[in-house]
Structures are given as structure tokens and as C-alpha cells.
Design a protein around this ligand. Structure first.
Ligand SMILES: Cc1cc2nc3c(=O)[nH]c(=O)nc-3n(C[C@H](O)[C@H](O)[C@H](O)COP(=O)(O)O)c2cc1C
Length: 195
């Protein structure tokens, strides 16, 4: 049986950008979103909203809209970020938006206190829940969400925080390295190491 403590799930999880065409059960996606609904949020406003997209035509149009924005972004990006993107082989092309069987568009209600922070915390819950279910995703943050908002008729009071394409991984990339806990934590004051 697979170990599924929070630490084990966190260690195992990695971003997935290539997907098999195997179907994904809507019930599994709802289970992961149910985990998100248990996240803490500013003033318990629960500002997360989700649009689940299964329709292949809608996925294609979402991909087209996102790629329009990415083309502009990639033509302008410079410096360290550009180097990092190139080193990873990233480009304006986002095939995972069509290849993943299900997309979850994650929104925040703009007027809620700490809405973005709360929603990203909930996204963290989703990532671990998907890992436990044997599913993968990428927290894709479109460069220009405008066309996507129109495509799903999102009310203007909501901000698109991320698109999560969900599916079975076909991504062979290794887990990206992490700093150790003692490299990022100090005791009582900054830079006092934990021995
Ligand atoms: C706030 C945030 C935004 C991200 N945006 C994107 C994105 O737009 N496209 C993408 O491919 N990955 C995106 N990622 C995924 C990161 O690149 C990835 O988590 C990081 O490189 C570490 O890799 P790992 O998740 O496989 O451990 C984002 C992650 C976070 C937390």
C-alpha cells in the first residue's frame, strides 16, 4: 500500500505537464476540491470558486486563449526568468490544457479578505489530495486570463488564480531539488542555525 502521510505526499508530489489520455473521474476531482473546501481562509470567507471543464471544445478554446497571452509574454520576457524558462524547455505552447482530461479553473472572490492567499492555501490542499489519488497537475498561471474569463462566463468580482489540468502523469521529469528544512529555518533569530 502507498504511504500517504502529509510529509510523504509532499515529498512525492511534483508538477505534471504531460498527461496520459486515461479518463479522470469527476468524483475524484470533487474529492480533491472537497479537501480545498476544508482549508483555512481570511475571516473564514472561503473565497475559492471552481469551474470544472470536461468539454474538449471548451478546453481547446481555453488553450487558444491562454496561448495568445503566452505568445505576448514570451516575446517580452528577459533576464533570469527567461534563462530559467529556457533551461526548462518552456514555451508559449500549453498542450497540457487540451491533453489533460479535466481542467479546474480556480478563482478567488476579490472582495474577501486575503482572498488570493486563502485560495493558494486551498490549492496546496488540492495538490496533496490529487497526489494521494494518483493524479497529477500543474498550477498554471496564465499570463493574460481575459479570454478564459469570457469563455467560462466568470463574474468580474472573481479573479482567476490558476488553471489546474488534472490527469494521470506521462511526465518523466524528476522531482526538482529542495532546500533542506535546516537551510531555511532559524532558531529565535535570523541566521541562528538549528543544530
Ligand atoms: C504560484 C505558482 C505559479 C506557477 N505557475 C506556473 C505556470 O504558469 N506554468 C507552469 O508550468 N508551472 C507553474 N508553476 C509550477 C512551478 O514551476 C513548480 O512548482 C516548481 O518549478 C517546482 O517544481 P515541482 O512542483 O515539480 O516540485 C507554478 C507554481 C506556483 C506555486
Amino acid at each position: 500500500m502507498r504511504e500517504s502521510s502529509v510529509l510523504e505526499l509532499a515529498r512525492r508530489r511534483k508538477t505534471v505537464r504531460k498527461f496520459l489520455s486515461d479518463p479522470v473521474s469527476l468524483m475524484d476531482v470533487l474529492l480533491a476540491l472537497e479537501a480545498a473546501c476544508q482549508a483555512p481562509s481570511g475571516a473564514n470567507a472561503q473565497p475559492w470558486r471552481f469551474v470544472i471543464v470536461t468539454d474538449p471544445n471548451k478546453k481547446r478554446r481555453i488553450r487558444e486563449e491562454c496561448e495568445k497571452g503566452e505568445r505576448k509574454f514570451y516575446s517580452k520576457v528577459r533576464g533570469e526568468l527567461k534563462e530559467w524558462l529556457l533551461s526548462k524547455g518552456f514555451s508559449w505552447k500549453k498542450p497540457f490544457l487540451e491533453e489533460a482530461p479535466i481542467l479546474v479553473l480556480v478563482f478567488s472572490e476579490k472582495r474577501a479578505p486575503h482572498s488570493t492567499r486563502s485560495v493558494w492555501l486551498a490549492i496546496g490542499y488540492i495538490l496533496l489530495a490529487l497526489e494521494e489519488l494518483g493524479l497529477g497537475t500543474v498550477t498554471y498561471t496564465p499570463s493574460d486570463p481575459k479570454g478564459v474569463l469570457d469563455e467560462v462566463k466568470a463574474p468580474k468580482e472573481n479573479r482567476l488564480e490558476a488553471i489546474l489540468p488534472i490527469g494521470v502523469s506521462a511526465d518523466e521529469k524528476l522531482k526538482e531539488p529542495r532546500l533542506g528544512v535546516k537551510e531555511v529555518s532559524f532558531l529565535n533569530y535570523w541566521e541562528n542555525p538549528i543544530s
